[in-house]
Write a protein that binds this ligand. Structure first.
Ligand code: TRP
Ligand code: SF4
Length: 398
C-alpha cells in the first residue's frame, strides 16, 4: 500500500516541544495526504524497561491526549495501541523463524543502546528482537511509508530485508509460473497485453518506469483476487508472490527543536519544555537559559551564534525580531532578559490552544478510551487480513 503511512512512539507519557516540532508536525502533514496509522508501541517499552515500574496506562493515555491536542485527527487517522492488536506478536514470532541472528546483531542500535544503558542488562532475547518486532508492526499493515528519525532508519532497512526473505521463502509456490500466467489471462485482453509488455521491458532492460507502470496497472485491477495481485506483482520482478511489500522510510530531519541548553531537546538531558508546562514554568525555564558567556555585563557585546536563545529565535521569531536580536546582542543594546521575552510570548501562544484541548480531553477519559478502542479495532481488522495471507502462504491452515 504505497499510500499507507505508519509510525509509532514508545509510551513515554506527556510530550515536549521537541516531539511537537520534530515528529508531530510531520505527522500532521502526512495525515492529510495518506491513509495514516499512528500507534503507541507499548510492548516496545519492555524491551529496555522490563524491570522498571512504569505507569503504562497513564503514559499511554497522556501521550494519546497530546497527539490529539496537537491535531492528530482520529476521524481520518487510525490511532491505536500495539498490544490491542495481538497479531503483531504472531507475525513477530513467524518472522523470527526466517531471520538470521546476525541480521539482528548488526543493527547499530543493538550495541549502541547496550553501551548507553550500561546499568541495565540488555542481553535479553526481547531486546535483540526488538527491531524485528518493529518490522512486524510495519509489515502487518503493508505500510508503504514509515516516517522515522535517523536512529531508526536501520530498522526500516532490516524490515525490507525481512520482507524480501519472507516473500522469497513463502512466496515461491511450486506452480508459481502457471498460476501467474493464469492470473494474467484473468485481467482481460488489453490489460494483459500491457502487463506482458511492461514485464518484458522491466525484465530485459531493468526499466523502472515500466515496473512502476505495471504496479499501477495491477493496483487498478478490480477483477483479480488479492492472491493473484500478489503473484503478478512478484511475477513482474521475477520473484515469487509478494505477500509483505517492502516499506520505505521517510527521514524526519533531526529535531529542529533545540533544548534549553542548546543540545537536542530530550527528557534524558533535562532540557525540555513540556506541552503541559504552565505560563510560569515556561517563563522560569526560558529566563534560566544560559546565554553567550561573553555577556557578563549589559555593556558586553555578544554573539547570537554562541547562544541557545538564538536557536529558539530561529524557530519562533520573524525576520524583524531576528534582526532586532542580532543588533541588540552584537552591539550590547539590550539585556538577555529582554531578548528572551519574545520567545516566552511565542511559546505561550503556541501552547495555549493546545493546553485548552489537553484539558478538554483530560476531563473525558472515556472519550480517550473510546478513540483508542475504535482505532485498535480498525487496525486489528487490517492486521487480521494480512495474517490470513501469511498463514495461508506458510501453510498454517487447517
Ligand atoms: N522503535 C521506535 C522508537 O523507538 C518506535 C516504533 C516501534 C516504531 N514500532 C514502530 C516506529 C514502527 C515506526 C514504525 O522510536
Ligand atoms: Fe543570547 Fe539574546 Fe543574550 Fe545575545 S542578547 S546572548 S542572543 S539571549
Amino acid at each position: 500500500m504505497e499510500n499507507r503511512v505508519l509510525s509509532g512512539m514508545r509510551p513515554t507519557g506527556a510530550l515536549h516541544l521537541g516531539h511537537y516540532h520534530g515528529v508531530l508536525k510531520n505527522w500532521l502533514t502526512l495525515q492529510n495526504e495518506y491513509d495514516s496509522y499512528f500507534f503507541v508501541a507499548d510492548w516496545h517499552a519492555f524491551t529496555t524497561h522490563y524491570s522498571d515500574k512504569i505507569d503504562l496506562a497513564g503514559n499511554v493515555s497522556e501521550m494519546v491526549v497530546d497527539w490529539l491536542a496537537a491535531g492528530i485527527n482520529p476521524n481520518t487517522s487510525t490511532i491505536f495501541v500495539q498490544s490491542k492488536v495481538p497479531e503483531h506478536a504472531e507475525l513477530h514470532l513467524l518472522l523470527s523463524m526466517t531471520t538470521p541472528l546476525s541480521w539482528l546483531e548488526r543493527v547499530p542500535s543493538y550495541k549502541d543502546q547496550q553501551e548507553k544503558l550500561k546499568t541495565k542488562d540488555l542481553g535479553t532475547y526481547g531486546f535483540l528482537g526488538y527491531p524485528l518486532l518493529q518490522s512486524a508492526d510495519i509489515l502487518i499493515y503493508k505500510a508503504g511509508l514509515v516516517p522515522v528519525g535517523e536512529d531508526q532508519v536501520a530498522h526500516i532497512e532490516l524490515t525490507r530485508e525481512v520482507a524480501r526473505r519472507f516473500n522469497y521463502v513463502y512466496g515461491r509456490e511450486a506452480d508459481f509460473e502457471e498460476k501467474a500466467e493464469l492470473a494474467v489471462t484473468k485481467m482481460g485482453k488489453k490489460q494483459a497485453k500491457s502487463y506482458r509488455s511492461l514485464r518484458k521491458s522491466y525484465q530485459e532492460t531493468g526499466d523502472l518506469e515500466a515496473l512502476y507502470k505495471a504496479q499501477a496497472l495491477l493496483r487498478e485491477q478490480q477483477n483479480i483476487t488479492l492472491g493473484d495481485r500478489e503473484r503478478l506483482l512478484g511475477y513482474v520482478e521475477g520473484v515469487g508472490r509478494i505477500i509483505l511489500p517492502e516499506p520505505e522510510s521517510i527521514l524526519t530531519k533531526a529535531s529542529k527543536m533545540p533544548g534549553l541548553d542548546g543540545q537536542k531537546m530530550s527528557k534524558s538531558y533535562g532540557n525540555t519544555i513540556s506541552l503541559r508546562d504552565t505560563s510560569e514554568e515556561i517563563e522560569t525555564k526560558v529566563k534560566r537559559m544560559p546565554t553567550d558567556p561573553a555577556r557578563v555585563k549589559l555593556t558586553d557585546a555578544g554573539d547570537p551564534k554562541k547562544c541557545p536563545v538564538w536557536q529558539l529565535h530561529k524557530i519562533y521569531s520573524d525576520a524583524q525580531t531576528c534582526d532586532w536580536v542580532q543588533d541588540g546582542c552584537t552591539y550590547a543594546k539590550m539585556g538577555c532578559i529582554e531578548c528572551k521575552q519574545p520567545i516566552i510570548d511565542a511559546i505561550k501562544e503556541e501552547l495555549s490552544p493546545m493546553q485548552e484541548r489537553i484539558a478538554k480531553y483530560q476531563s473525558d477519559p472515556e472519550l480517550i478510551k473510546q478513540i483508542i478502542h475504535e482505532g485498535s479495532e480498525k487496525a486489528r481488522g487490517v492486521a487480521q487480513e494480512t495474517m490470513a495471507e501469511v498463514r495461508e502462504a506458510m501453510g498454517i491452515v487447517y
